[in-house]
Design a protein around this ligand. Structure first.
Ligand code: 2NL
Length: 340
């Protein structure tokens, strides 16, 4: 029986269909309901149990071979038919491939990096999966802070905690631990929070955080650095204001607003009629954080800030829904080809 199957395999392999009639005879013999294959499958029940496995394997190989050859021959005949009837205009210009572009968030991140590199900041990088120490404890988060709750952060393991970083501050901790001041660096990267996805929030987004630690760094340096950034990023006439705020890792802390780009501070629905829009959070690095990272807080001071890249993109390009940035709809993405 198995020999018979092997013979048929060889026949199928060698079969050539030059015309429709050849294909039809192949179909009748191997594919149709009355084919040899149907007979062989029917015979399966009479095969002695010891041979059933080998028989089954061989028969299935034959079946796959028949299907593949049949498909090949059908498309082979169709192609040769096409070649004789289709007329192609060989004088037409070639259809060019569509050229992709840089994603708007990538372009914006590059611009942020460029602005800070020009004033002496370097770029640091670190892991997206973090321990509790780098994401929370070293950053002075109290034991019962809401961000440590299961519903706010994606935990990979509990006790000891391993999680997806909720900010890129963890990279700053690694940087401070690994060397000696001065530090002047920014950390762009992907961060994760357990949030419902809406037009204004996503569970995965991008941040750029910055850190400057040295002897004698003051709040005036923080203000001037971020004012410079806002003028470079938005407009040379942009106004900036600092609003008192709270972060566990900075003291004092401030939220940074710029004058609304749409109404120039007059009041519109983008700025909710306040004339101001928030672009970042910032503050002087808390002495506890410096000490946690092995830095003498009597000798060194510094500032830190954090901004969301998607948020910045919404503002800069007046996009109404940040889900558009990850849907990969080329009609949306194409609109950014000129910003590069
Ligand atoms: C925001 C606020 C902020 C920081 C991030 C930071 C990092 C270290 C020490 C102190 Cl290691 N601070 N980062 C400081 C203030 C604000 O981000 O709204 N981000 C989107």
């Amino acid at each position: 029986m198995i020999e018979r199957i092997e013979e048929l395999k060889e026949e199928v392999q060698k079969f050539v269909a030059e015309k429709e009639a050849d294909l039809e005879s192949f179909r009748m013999k191997f594919v149709s309901r009355k084919s040899v294959l149907t007979d062989l499958f029917d015979a399966f029940k009479d095969v002695p149990p010891a041979q059933k496995k080998d028989y089954g394997v061989a028969l299935n190989q034959l079946k796959v071979l028949v299907q593949d050859r049949f498909k090949e021959m059908v498309s082979g005949l169709e192609e040769s038919k096409g070649a004789t009837t289709e007329t192609k205009d060989l004088t037409l210009p070639a259809a060019t491939d569509q050229i992709g572009g840089i994603h708007p968030l990538t372009a914006l991140r590059a611009r942020i990096i460029e602005i800070f590199e020009r004033i002496g900041f370097s770029v640091a990088d670190g892991p997206e999966i973090e321990t509790d120490w780098y994401n929370f404890t070293a950053l002075n988060f109290p034991e019962n802070h809401p961000a440590r709750e299961m519903q706010d952060t994606f935990f990979i393991e509990k006790n000891p905690d391993v999680l997806l970083r909720t900010h890129t501050s963890s990279v700053q901790v690694r940087l401070m631990e690994s060397g000696k001041p001065p530090f002047r660096a920014i950390m762009p990267g992907r961060v994760f929070r357990n949030e419902a996805i809406t037009a204004r929030a996503h569970c995965i987004f991008h941040q750029v955080e910055g850190l400057y630690i040295d002897e004698g760094v003051s709040f005036a340096d923080l203000k001037d650095t971020l004012y410079h950034f806002a003028k470079e990023m938005f407009h040379k006439d942009v106004k900036i204001r600092f609003r008192p705020s709270y972060f566990p890792f900075t003291e004092p802390s401030a939220e940074i607003d710029i004058s609304c780009l749409i109404c120039n501070g007059e009041g519109c629905n983008i700025c909710k009629y306040t004339g101001w829009v928030e672009i970042a959070g910032s503050g002087m690095v808390d002495p506890n954080v410096l000490e946690n990272c092995g830095i003498d807080s009597e000798k060194y001071t510094g500032f830190a800030f954090g901004m969301g890249i998607e948020r910045m993109a919404l503002l800069k390009y007046q996009v109404r829904d940040l889900r558009l940035f990850t849907e990969n709809d080329v009609r949306f993405l194409k609109q950014f080809s000129s910003i590069l």
